[in-house]
Every structure is written in C-alpha cells, then in structure tokens.
Design a protein around this ligand. Structure first.
Ligand code: SF4
Length: 260
C-alpha cells in the first residue's frame, strides 16, 4: 500500500482495486482522506464567515487583494458607510472612493478598478443591474467565466463570490494557505501556480458535493496552513496528515505517526 491508497478495508478500496485506478482516481481518493482527517481536526461543518450579497462579496474581494484582512475589512466598512448604494459608489468621483478605501493597499488603483467593474456590470445585458443574485441560477462554470471577464477578477475571486456570498454555490477558491498545503500533500505539483491550481483541485472534489462541503474542504486546508503547515517551519510533529505528506522538506513526525 502506498500513501495514495485508502485503507485496505475501506469502501473505496473494495470498489476500486489498486491496479486499475488511474493517477487521477488515486488523487481523488487521497483528497477525500485529507478532507476527512482535516475536517475532524478543525471541526466541520465550519460556520460561514459571511452572508454578504454577491456584489458586496466581489467588492470585498477586490479590496482584499494583497491586503491584510483587518485593513481590507476596514476599507469595506468605510466604503459602505460613506456611500448608501453601489450605484453611489459607481457614480462618485474616484478620489472620494479612494479616500473611503484608504486602509487597503493601492487605493488609487483599486478605486477606479472597482468603479469600472460596477459600470461594466451595470451595462452587462446578462444581469439585471447591481445585484448579481441571478448568478445562483447559472451553471457555476458559466458564472465564474462571466465574472472572470472583468478586469481584476481571477479564479479565486470568482469562486469566492459564488461560495462565500449568500448565493452558496459550490465553487472552490484556493488561497495561498490552501495552495501550499495542497502542494505539500501532493495533490498538485510543487510547480503549479495558484491560478491553474483552481481547476486541478476542483477536479478532486466530488461533483455532487453541496456548498457546505466544498466550503469545509477549502476551510480545512486553509486552516491547516494557518495553524500547522506554516510557510516557514511547519509544525510537522503535530500534523494530522503527516503520513500523506510528500514534501521533501517536512520535519520530524508526530510521536505516534505510522511512517510506512
Ligand atoms: S507534515 Fe509538515 S509539511 Fe507536511 S502537511 Fe504536515 S505540517 Fe505540512
């Protein structure tokens, strides 16, 4: 048995003899084992941290780019306090928007970008004004492609808009913690960048999972990156998925780890 294989007496092993499994299938089985172990460790189901509308989630994500959570949160709050509606943000002088979002990084770039996105959404024939609630009725891939056509919106933001907002559409965002943990556990190659990792990691998640399970998957891997698998000096000696880690830089095992 290798690290990709499920335990011999598990339902997965009974259903799929090792010799016939493709590498993709083996990775899917491994991703599920990681999900189960990390969910147990970090407590799934994880409560949603937000019930913003999709447009609010989009603006919030645009503000958060390369910004500490506390600072982007402050910028978002100030923006909402200063302007009563998204139409008001769209039509305001750019300097006023820039002033309102000053706590985040590069407000001088983010203010015109946010306004440009709001204008483009207003003019888009596929949606009815500045709401985006109709995205809940679209196939998730179509909604993501549509969102990613706007400047500054990448795969992480499009997934976050669908999953984190009150739409609760199953779409998998990958942040830097999630990405690092997935690399070290061998779910994606070490050379794969965050952008392409979205499709690769989404392909490992069962297609019939609801939003809560997809959210749990993202949160569990992200929390592992935040609380144990640090960028520098990961705490391998207390890692619950030590046996599944293929990273050559990993440290000493937990005292009770099976190091087969
Ligand atoms: S063994 Fe260490 S490097 Fe590997 S996943 Fe666990 S904490 Fe991260």
């Amino acid at each position: 048995m290798d690290l990709f294989d499920p335990p011999p007496d598990s339902p997965e092993a009974a259903a799929e003899p090792t010799g016939r499994r493709s590498q993709a299938d083996r990775l899917r089985v491994k991703a599920l084992r990681i999900h189960e172990i990390l969910c147990e460790a970090y407590g799934c189901p994880v409560p949603y941290f937000s019930d913003k509308g999709p447009l609010s989630e989009l603006v919030s994500a645009l503000l958060s780019h390369r910004t500490k959570n506390a600072d982007s949160g402050r910028a978002y709050t100030q923006l909402r306090e200063r302007f009563p509606t998204w139409e008001a943000v769209r039509d305001a002088p750019a300097e006023e928007v820039e002033e309102a979002i000053a706590p985040c990084t590069w407000p001088e770039q983010k203010a015109p970008r946010i306004q440009a996105v709001l204008r483009a959404i207003t003019e888009a024939p596929e949606v009815d004004g500045l709401g985006l609630d109709e995205l809940a009725d679209w196939p998730a891939d179509d909604a993501r492609r549509w969102l990613q056509a706007f400047k500054g919106v990448g795969p992480k933001t499009s997934a976050a808009v669908l999953l984190f907002s009150r739409l609760r559409v199953p779409a998998l965002p990958v942040d830097s913690h999630h990405h690092r943990v997935a690399q070290r556990l061998g779910l994606i190659p070490m050379s794969m960048a965050v952008g392409p990792s979205h499709d690769a990691l989404a392909a490992l998640v069962p297609g019939d999972w609801d939003a809560q399970r997809v959210y749990d998957h993202h949160e569990a891997l992200m929390l592992h990156g935040q609380k144990c698998c640090y960028y520098r000096r990961p705490a391998c000696s207390r890692c619950p998925v030590y046996d599944l880690c293929v990273w050559e830089g990993k440290g000493a095992p937990p005292p009770d780890a099976e190091t087969s």
